[in-house]
Design a protein around this ligand. Structure first.
Ligand code: ATP
Ligand code: MG
Length: 720
């Protein structure tokens, strides 16, 4: 039995002729340029197996490079499924950054130099962001906004990944004047002490390349060690990453590059498809193979995605096709409101018999918070890729909690200090100084009545005192509305946005999210607890990996993966393409929109059997337009493989009917009573404490629910 027959027997995958050719072609450069789902990653894995089992290459002579840590893990997992039982050799799947780190460490040790990382976790003593914030503030005499910080970080990464010289810096567009000087100051700061350099992640690449170029001993060591180099998702390699790989592969150039130019989605971070397209020029003897048969998806999905990507004029012409049997039409749901979109996907997950085979994909991490809230309230666990907890540290969230703290105790001068400029009480700096000195443990508003104040402040102080007191007894949703409107917090946010150049819509979005999280909670304490809880749920969702739960992911992080069912949500103009994509677009540069098209394409091509695209007309009372990409999809399928639904659900959080024997009274949630959940099945109540209960289920183990949500939605039933 030859290798391929053996693999077919062992894995059930029978490689096609091109795939076999790619596997066998091991000596010399090979570019495998192929469509999504055509088996690039599969072929790359098989090729590694072939090298180990047939060519008897030792595992340590193979360098397999993937784009991110997560994809390195996914790849290792797939490899293990294929070859775990056939070989004990452990192949190392690495990111280019982790490989570079190894080279840098070795070089610094050799030179008796030390270095310190300024990135990687919150416990890094001197963080890149802190250094850049200081530089910005020093140069501009004002603190950077979050958007400016993001832009600065992206700029620096871009410049390094593209290896731009000082002269070329001017060609990079930016809304921050003097950004190139900030970059130079940053570089200078990190290299102040040549014996002890400060390095960020991108410096790993810069130094690695320089070391490989200059240190012959290290270069030849790695060139000899790695006889075979393979890189997946190579369309997202940056110029510098490409140069490192090219150098390492010398002199034998046993380099297998696997890529799809249509899935290049990191140009903004300095990736460069051009290098890929020049492969032939760099290696005139190179073998170039293309694959267009998609094994992943139904013809409905393949055809639509293939037609959609043709929107982009600059691409390697490929016609993706499939021989898979016909499936369901792509569904487009045009909801009346944002909320209904969330209700709908949550219901779909509830109904699903195999949530593990389902992914909900979104453009921005900020789409996840309200979704997570809904899923959790419905008692549905999930696995979230690249968790971003920025929301919970946002200053607006902190302000809101401070207003609430003040309402519990309005003698707290320290808390008032933090929010006094953000409400209509006209409290001056001088008055704050008075309060700090006075500190007599009575209401701060009463104390202010006793000092000199303008007439107009008299009423304002009385009103503010009343409102702040009121917040305490209202339910949190109402309380947030009062803080926003009556206390004047929203006005202060709009002012801040205008004067400091913050993105007003983004800030109001944070407020809206908070208001929605507050819905249905009994009091402020429960609200503060809920925020903590949501943060914790997101932070710990990694532990659900591999369990039978739905996956939540950004479109970027879903690259390379596949699921039976994919829901792409928030397909709204301004989100995809984003406002920035639209803004940056000009007559001779359509690149940002083209990248957004590729991102949309990556999303669509993740689905094996069923793809749903979701949009809506209204979000938080603002009208929004459906994504222009979605309009394209409409036009492409012209009703053939598409269900367009003007879906309007009833208002309830769950459109599911509450069963007759559902538990709807708190008294009935008794310790040790047996209950049944419509998704998790039978279980026993093992904990009833404060706001929550804990149930041990026979099928899925221990789960916690919020009592009031549980009663309102009636998802637990009595059983004898
Ligand atoms: P992407 O561009 O999204 O990363 P890809 O080209 O890497 O996709 P794979 O993930 O390797 O594609 O394969 C997609 C699916 O097709 C997998 O489920 C894989 O098992 C299957 N597949 C690949 N090659 C074949 C084949 N020759 N016969 C049957 N199934 C195959
Ligand atoms: Mg792949």
């Amino acid at each position: 039995m030859n290798f391929f027959e053996k693999m077919q027997q062992h894995t059930g995958v029978s490689l096609n002729d091109v795939q076999k050719q790619a596997v066998r072609y091991s000596d010399g450069p090979l570019l495998l340029l192929a469509s999504p789902g055509s088996g690039k990653t599969t072929t790359l894995n098989m090729k590694i197996g072939y090298l180990l089992l047939v060519k008897k290459v030792p595992a340590q002579a193979i360098l397999a490079i993937t784009f991110s840590k997560a994809s390195a893990q996914d790849m290792a997992q797939r490899f293990d499924q294929f070859f775990g039982k056939l070989t004990h050799e452990k192949v190392h799947f690495s990111t280019i950054h982790s490989f570079s780190f190894q080279v840098v460490r070795e070089y610094f040790a050799k030179q008796h130099l030390t270095f310190q990382l300024v990135e990687g976790g919150n416990d890094v003593p001197l963080h890149k962001k802190m250094i850049l914030r200081n530089i910005f503030t020093e140069m501009k005499n004002t603190n950077p906004t979050e958007d400016e910080m993001d832009e600065l970080l992206t700029y620096i990464s871009y410049v390094k990944n593209r290896m731009l010289s000082s002269e070329q810096l001017g060609s990079v567009k930016s809304s921050i004047s003097g950004i190139s000087d900030m970059y130079k100051a940053y570089e200078q700061f990190k290299t102040q002490n040549p014996q002890h350099l400060l390095l960020d992640f991108d410096d790993m690449l810069t130094y690695c390349l320089r070391i490989l170029q200059d240190d012959e001993q290290i270069r030849t060591k790695y060139q000899h060690r790695f006889e075979y180099i393979l890189t997946d998702e190579s369309q997202d390699n940056s110029v510098i990453q490409h140069d490192i790989i090219t150098l390492l592969a010398k002199p034998q150039n046993n380099l297998c590059v696997v890529a799809d130019d249509d899935q290049s989605i990191f140009m903004w971070r300095g990736s460069d498809v051009q290098k890929l397209l020049e492969f032939e020029k760099n290696y005139p003897q190179a073998k170039i193979l293309t694959m267009t048969q998609n094994y992943r998806s139904t013809p409905e999905i393949v055809k639509t995605a293939n037609d959609f990507i043709k929107r982009n004029p600059k691409r390697y012409a490929k016609e993706m096709f499939t021989e898979n049997p016909a499936g369901k039409p792509i569904e487009i749901h045009n909801m009346q409101r944002y909320e209904l979109q969330l209700n709908y996907v949550v219901q779909e997950i509830e109904k699903s018999s195999n949530p593990q085979e389902t992914a909900i994909l979104y453009r921005n991490n900020s789409s996840a918070i309200r979704l997570v809230d809904k899923l959790n309230k419905a008692g549905l666990p999930f696995y979230m890729k690249d968790v971003d907890l920025k929301f919970f540290r946002h200053w607006i969230v902190e302000d809101m909690l401070n207003f609430m703290r003040l309402s519990y105790n309005d003698t707290r001068v320290d808390i008032l200090e933090k929010v006094h400029t953000k409400m209509n009480a006209y409290i001056t700096k001088k008055q704050m100084v008075y309060l700090k000195n006075n500190n007599n443990q009575t209401s701060v508003f009463d104390q202010l009545q006793e000092v000199r104040h303008a007439d107009y402040q008299e009423q304002a102080l009385k009103k503010t005192k009343q409102l702040i007191k009121k917040i305490n007894i209202l339910d949190p949703e109402e309380a947030i509305k009062i803080i926003r409107k009556n206390l004047g917090y929203e006005k202060s946010i709009r002012n801040t946005a205008e004067h400091l150049g913050f993105n007003e819509e983004g800030l109001l979005g944070v407020l809206n999210q908070l208001e929605h999280i507050a819905v249905g909670l009994p009091n402020l304490e429960a609200f503060a607890k809920r925020l903590k809880e949501l943060e914790e749920i997101m932070k710990t969702s990694w532990s659900n990996k591999g369990r039978d739960v739905v996956t939540l992911s950004t479109l970027h992080s879903a690259k390379g993966l596949e699921y039976d069912n994919v829901y792409m949500i928030d397909l709204v103009d301004g989100i995809i393409p984003s406002k920035d994509d639209l803004k940056q677009q000009d007559e001779d540069n359509n690149e940002p929109i083209e990248e957004a098209v590729r991102l949309f394409y990556v999303g669509m091509t993740r689905a094996r059997k069923h793809l749903e695209l979701l949009t809506y007309h209204l979000k938080d009372d603002e009208h929004v337009a459906e994504s222009l990409f979605l309009k394209s999809v409409h036009r492409l399928v012209k009703g053939k493989s598409l269900v367009k639904k003007e879906t309007s659900f009833r208002e309830s959080k769950h459109a599911r009917d509450i069963p007759v024997n559902a538990i709807t009274k708190k008294e009935d949630l008794q310790l040790n009573s047996n209950v049944e959940h419509h998704v998790f099945g039978k279980g026993e109540i093992l904990e009833v404490s404060g706001q929550a209960i804990g149930v041990e289920f026979e099928s899925v183990g221990y789960k916690k629910f919020m009592i009031d949500v549980c009663l309102k939605q009636g998802f637990l039933c009595h059983i004898e």
